[in-house]
Write a protein that binds this ligand. Structure first.
Ligand code: HSE
Length: 411
């Protein structure tokens, strides 16, 4: 069998990890697996940095075109990042008939955790009933620190940036976009349809306060940013969303802390599966990229590039995503109200009128001459639209101040 020559474009953090793993494992891949792979070219604009990697200088280049135009290269790995030059590289490589890793994308969801392979291969005999993900290390780190130290969001973010756990521009992480992208990919895979990210309700962690963290603790919950995917039997629409959730302390996801990621899948045959691991970083992410290299090499060896088809590219089968009029959940609410007779009764009436059952009420005493007090309510299962209507009616009353906090609850 002819050599399978790999060209890597972009040798930043992840790309460097790929070079290191290939340097260590290529003999095993060739001799034990019978896959004649070799890293044939590596391109990055920083040639000096390339020279520090465990690979011969002869294959290094500072020009991506040297990889794409090399007729001997069968597989291109794009690890440039961003949307513009990376897209150009991918399209040019595809036009030249090359396999592209990025189009194979294990590393895109959960870094080192094999979430895509687990869904597409290991769980193929299951209907996947639900997926709950903690899939953004930045958010999980910030929420863990706030929980452990009782700190507010802003200083915790600043400290995370200082320590290198959060990006200088953290918007994509803390506003939930990154979790949303990954959740949309998983939903597409599970339901063999196209999950349009723009239709996924996404809320990040920027509005979570130290008070919410304390209330969650008092109630026996931990706040996590979750990507949620679930569909009830017989229903056409899917509950796909990203939002902060109060997870009961007994829930397995409550103990996923720091920068770690987790994907909790439930299959009808296998039951629950928990993937837990590093969702980012040089070697974990490179581990996922190398698993794609081996997939592609196996495809080439078997002569079948469509061994495990990607149905979800079809725009024809678009998933119908539930809106708030269909989403059902338990909820945590924190109102700020005047401390005077009749307030609680008025609040309770708005819930009762909408058939929403209150599960618990915490009403803290006023201190330091402050007449505004927090009232914390948890509900039983309710339709989110009804819940938001009740909150809007309560916020319209003169005794309510500021914006009400609303957080989903998972037991
Ligand atoms: N920024 C992501 C995180 C990793 O914080 O987990 C890359 O997707």
């Amino acid at each position: 069998m002819a050599d399978i020559k790999i060209g890597l474009i972009g040798a930043g953090t992840v790309g460097s990890g790929v070079v290191k793993i290939m340097a260590k494992q290529t003999t095993f891949f060739r001799e034990q697996l019978g896959l004649p792979v070799s890293l044939a070219r590596v391109a990055d604009k920083d040639l000096e940095k390339l020279k520090t990697l465990p690979v011969g200088d002869a294959i290094l280049s500072n020009d991506a075109a040297d990889v794409i135009n090399d007729p001997e290269i069968n597989v291109v790995i794009e690890l440039i990042g961003g949307y513009t030059f990376a897209k150009e590289v991918v399209l040019n490589a595809l036009k030249k008939g090359k396999h592209v890793i990025t189009v194979h994308f294990e590393a895109a969801v959960g870094g080192g955790m094999p979430s895509i392979k687990t869904i597409r291969e290991a769980m193929i005999g299951n209907d996947v009933l639900s997926v709950y993900t903690i899939i953004n290390g930045t958010c999980n780190y910030i929420l863990t620190e706030m929980t452990e130290k009782g700190a507010a969001f802003d200083p915790t973010l600043k400290e995370a940036q200082r320590l290198g756990f959060a990006e200088a521009n953290p918007a994509l992480d803390i506003e939930g976009g990154d979790t949303g992208h990954k959740t949309a990919i998983i939903a597409s895979l599970i339901y063999d349809g196209y999950c349009d990210y723009d239709k996924v309700p996404v809320r990040g962690i920027t509005e979570i306060t130290a008070d919410d963290i304390i209330s969650a603790k008092d109630l026996g919950y931990t706040i996590k940013l979750l990507g949620v995917i679930k569909r009830k039997e017989g229903e056409e629409s899917v509950d796909v969303r990203v939002n902060p959730v109060m997870v009961h302390n007994d829930h397995i996801l409550a103990s996923v802390n720091g920068v770690f990621n987790a994907v909790l899948l439930e299959g009808d045959a296998v039951g629950p599966i928990l993937l837990y691991g590093a969702g980012a970083g040089e070697m974990p992410t490179a581990s996922a990229v190398v698993s794609d290299i081996i997939d592609v090499a196996r495809n080439i060896k078997s002569g079948d590039t469509n061994r495990i088809p990607m149905h979800f590219y079809s725009l024809e089968n678009e998933l119908k995503i539930k809106g708030i009029e269909e989403i059902e959940s338990r909820f945590y609410l924190r109102f700020l109200v005047d401390d005077k007779p009749g307030v609680l009764a008025d609040i309770a009436e708005e819930f009762g009128d909408r058939n929403i059952s209150i599960a618990s009420v915490m009403h803290k005493e006023a201190h330091d001459g402050n007449d505004h007090v927090p009232v914390i309510i948890t509900t039983d299962m309710a339709i989110e639209k009804d819940l938001r209507d009740a909150v809007a009616a309560i916020e319209a009353k003169a005794f309510t101040h500021g914006k009400t906090q609303i957080i989903h609850i998972e037991d």
